[in-house]
Ligand binder design. Structure first.
Ligand SMILES: Cc1cc2nc3c(=O)[nH]c(=O)nc-3n(C[C@H](O)[C@H](O)[C@H](O)COP(=O)(O)OP(=O)(O)OC[C@H]3O[C@@H](n4cnc5c(N)ncnc54)[C@H](O)[C@@H]3O)c2cc1C
Length: 323
């Protein structure tokens, strides 16, 4: 049951930041994750601060440098359907189209998608796990078929966001508003692994708000894609996913970003695979070698070794499809 809370409808970002500065306040965008967390007792809120009425945080617009600004309240559905993003930023529109169900994409926002809490069944269930301040990660020895094969340390949840994978692949930035003004941060540096702080998933303070996502300009011949594998063809989180952005000169790859989802507590850069692709024409031998390199360092738990092969397959297929 959800305990009583005060509700504030902010009229500006500054008003929202101020309201979030009081103890027990929580930000509400589309509410699709927030309300579930409150209902499941993941956290309580004394005050819910809604930013859903802030029109300035909605929509996709071109930037003077040739890049794109996406307001944090833009819905996942709007991003998936945005024709101005579809070509150059295909990895993002494809990732957005793979999020949850049509209803959730209509209601959920990109800012909320990046800040949603873990979906680990122990964290969401009645377990006082390490991420809730307890002593242990129940997944380490328990039911861990959906958990991390990379980057898990004392906590093996996998980051649930599809769009985060695409945004790291695109080297996107975030604009963040807080009590002392506005700052920018790379999406890649936004997430916090369990090795750094087991109690949080990102760098935001309670009174900081993502106001926009900034996509850098894309010059030259760039191809990108997002491939997600899930247990069923209905709404579901990724068992594994891969976001790829490749820059070509003629048919040779000059720059590569390969980011994995569903396998680590944050979007995972497959740096060895990226390195292997640069300077090559991605034929089947190169794609197979990059796929092998993508899982370098993987350390599966008892029941999730299948993810290693799954990632390799997804990386290889994605590289060949782009070629
Ligand atoms: C059944 C189900 C299936 C799902 N499947 C998928 C899936 O396959 N892939 C996937 O990627 N996601 C999936 N999701 C997650 C869903 O996409 C998110 O719940 C949604 O994107 C969150 O957006 P929201 O606007 O509703 O956020 P809210 O619920 O309002 O907020 C979520 C969290 O983010 C914080 N927050 C929101 N906006 C901001 C902001 N601008 N700045 C700072 N903090 C903020 C809130 O305080 C809260 O903690 C699923 C969710 C459900 C319920």
């Amino acid at each position: 049951m959800i305990s009583n809370f005060a509700y504030v409808r902010a009229r500006s970002v500054a008003e929202a930041v101020k309201a979030l500065g009081t103890k027990g306040a929580r930000l509400h965008a589309g509410g699709t994750d927030l309300m579930g967390c409150m209902r499941d007792g993941i956290f309580e809120a004394q005050k819910v601060v809604s930013i859903s009425g802030l029109k300035e945080l909605k929509g996709v617009s071109a930037r003077p440098d040739g890049g794109v600004k996406i307001g944090a309240l833009t819905t996942i559905a709007d991003i998936a359907a945005d024709a101005s993003l579809a070509g150059k930023y295909a990895v993002l529109t494809q990732a957005a189209a793979e999020v949850a169900s049509p209803q959730l994409r209509e209601q959920g926002t990109i800012g909320g998608n990046l800040c949603q809490r873990p979906r680990c069944w122990y964290f969401r269930g009645d377990f006082h796990c390490a991420r809730k301040g307890g002593d242990m990660c129940y997944a380490a020895e328990g039911e861990n078929q959906y958990h991390a094969i990379l980057g898990g340390e004392r906590c093996f949840y996998v980051h649930p966001s599809d769009t985060a994978v695409a945004l790291v692949a695109l080297q996107a930035g975030l604009t963040v508003a807080g009590p002392s003004g506005t700052k920018t941060v790379k999406v890649e540096n936004f997430f916090v692994g369990p090795d750094k702080d087991i109690l949080r998933e990102n760098i935001l303070a309670p009174d900081e708000i993502i106001t926009a996502i900034v996509l850098p300009p894309i010059a030259g011949s760039v191809r990108s894609s997002y491939r997600k594998i899930r247990a069923r063809r209905a709404w579901d989180f990724a068992l594994a996913s891969v976001g790829i952005v490749l820059q070509y000169e003629q048919e040779t790859v000059s720059k590569a970003r390969i980011v994995l989802g569903g396998v680590a507590p944050y979007p995972w850069r497959a740096a060895a695979a990226e390195k292997l692709l640069v300077g090559k024409k991605p034929d089947s031998a190169v794609a197979a070698a990059a796929a092998q390199a993508a899982t370098e360092g993987a350390d599966p738990l008892r029941d999730n070794g299948y993810k290693v092969e799954m990632v390799k397959g997804a990386v290889e297929e994605s590289i060949l499809a782009l070629a």
